[in-house]
Design a protein around this ligand. Structure first.
Ligand code: NAD
Length: 339
């Protein structure tokens, strides 16, 4: 069996490494020659995974047709805002064989269209005239690349369009350290995992202001409540927000030292650099920044209140001091917990 992965970053490398235990060939397609060369010559990807060794049945390529040649499964593992561009190229490849499922692993929405990434993928398949040839799914959940590369027990959710036996793929993707659950609520899984990074930014900002565990617990809980409100308005199921892609991923992202979104939020409070300058200094994607924009636009469109998201957005894009944002959240009109 051969798997093709679009991307040569942290998640593509760590997940690909896991797949190599079960799959004969795993090929990572990328646009960075240095990363591809490094994977092929040293069996490492130091830009993203330090000196973690990658197995001999993994290789990198700059040639998308080569990556897709005889691939049984295609994983999309690039930043959310690049999914359309890479999927457009893949869908047009002569080597993209009919029947190959496409599984998105990027977290987020497309900011310009406010679409879920599975919808973006479907549109690009449609554009290439092969919409009905490729079932689409997402594989999301609490899965820091560093820990998957370290073979720490991890569990994620595979949620796909109806009409495909995803349980069969679940079995092919799972491994001794990588447990895969199925869920038929693809929209809910995508919305939950896409937006939890905004709350991680908020927790990072609170940490940077010296807040304690009461504040963290409150932000995570109220954060999940506001995201589930948005998710339900967008067609997701409430229970999904309290599963792995929802509360599971949120806790992991908000408490972890590996979380770029939490760390980014903390860096913003230092005030040494603007959010834009911090972003420019990182080679790794910080998805929560884009998602704060997308979620706020959606909340206005759907008339759903997202108080934490709004404050994160204003700190990132309107120069509001984080301390003022925290004060405004605390001074909101008092209300019942459950509405
Ligand atoms: N890192 C994790 O722990 C983790 C875990 C689960 C999901 N994710 C999600 O996976 C996605 C990728 O994250 P990552 O951590 O691997 O990011 P990363 O920054 O480590 O790597 C991004 C990769 O995408 C490539 N890329 C960027 N723009 C591109 C473009 N226009 N065309 C082609 N390739 C492009 C880069 O060269 C790089 O190989 C994100 O949506 C992230 O939220 C990450």
């Amino acid at each position: 069996m051969k798997a093709a992965i679009l991307g040569t970053g942290s998640w593509a490398s760590a997940f690909g490494r896991h797949l190599c235990h079960k799959w004969g060939r795993v090929v990572l397609w990328g646009i960075e020659a240095r990363q591809v060369n490094s994977i092929n010559t040293t069996g490492t990807n130091p830009d993203y995974l330090g000196d973690v060794l990658l197995p001999p049945n993994m290789r990198g390529t700059l040639d998308l047709d080569d990556a897709l040649y005889q691939a049984d499964l295609l994983f999309v593992c690039v930043p959310s805002q690049a999914v359309r561009e890479v999927m457009a190229k893949a869908a047009q490849s002569p080597n993209f064989q009919p029947g190959t499922p496409v599984i998105n692993m990027a977290k987020g929405f497309e900011v310009t269209t406010l679409e879920r990434l599975s919808e973006v993928i479907e549109e690009e398949l449609d554009q290439a005239g092969c919409r009905n040839d490729h079932p689409v799914a997402v594989l999301l959940g609490p899965s820091h690349a560093e820990e998957v590369a370290d073979e720490q027990p991890t569990a994620v959710v595979l949620a796909g369009q109806p009409g495909t036996d995803w349980a069969c793929w679940q079995d092919k993707i799972a491994g001794p350290f990588f447990r895969v659950y199925t869920n038929d609520d693809m929209a809910g899984v995508e919305i939950a995992s896409g937006f939890k990074n905004i709350i991680a930014l908020a927790v990072g900002m609170a940490d940077g202001l010296g807040a304690g565990d009461n504040t963290r617990g409150t932000l995570m809980t109220r954060g999940m409540i506001e995201l589930s409100r948005l998710g339900i308005a967008l067609g997701g199921k409430k229970e999904t927000f309290f599963g792995l892609a929802g509360i599971g991923d949120m806790i992991t992202t908000c408490i972890s030292r590996h979380s770029r979104n939490r760390n980014f939020g903390e860096a913003v409070t230092k005030g040494e650099k603007s959010p834009q300058e911090i972003l420019e200094g990182s080679i790794q994607v910080v998805e929560g920044v884009h998602m704060a924009k997308a979620a706020l636009k959606l909340s206005e469109k759907l008339n759903v209140e997202l108080p934490i998201t709004k404050q994160v957005h204003d700190v990132l894009f309107s120069g509001k001091p984080p301390r003022q944002a925290m004060r405004e959240l605390m001074e909101r009109q008092l209300r019942p917990e459950l509405d």
